[in-house]
Ligand binder design. Structure first.
Ligand SMILES: [Zn+2]
Length: 56
């Protein structure tokens, strides 16, 4: 499982990939629960990626 960084949901990678709900950013693939979440990430990937590293 991967985390949807936009809404925080757990996402099944093969499922998201089959629906095209993935984004590549700086060599990493991100998975989303819905087209809306993917769109938000695509508009401002930095916001979500930096939130994730700050939480660790
Ligand atoms: Zn989502």
């Amino acid at each position: 499982m991967a985390k949807d960084l936009v809404c925080g949901m757990q996402v099944n990678e093969p499922d998201a990939a089959a629906k095209g709900l993935t984004s590549a950013h700086q060599g990493h693939t991100y998975y989303f629960c819905s087209p809306g979440c993917k769109r938000q990430f695509d508009q401002n990937p930095q916001k979500y990626v930096s939130q994730q590293s700050a939480a660790r």
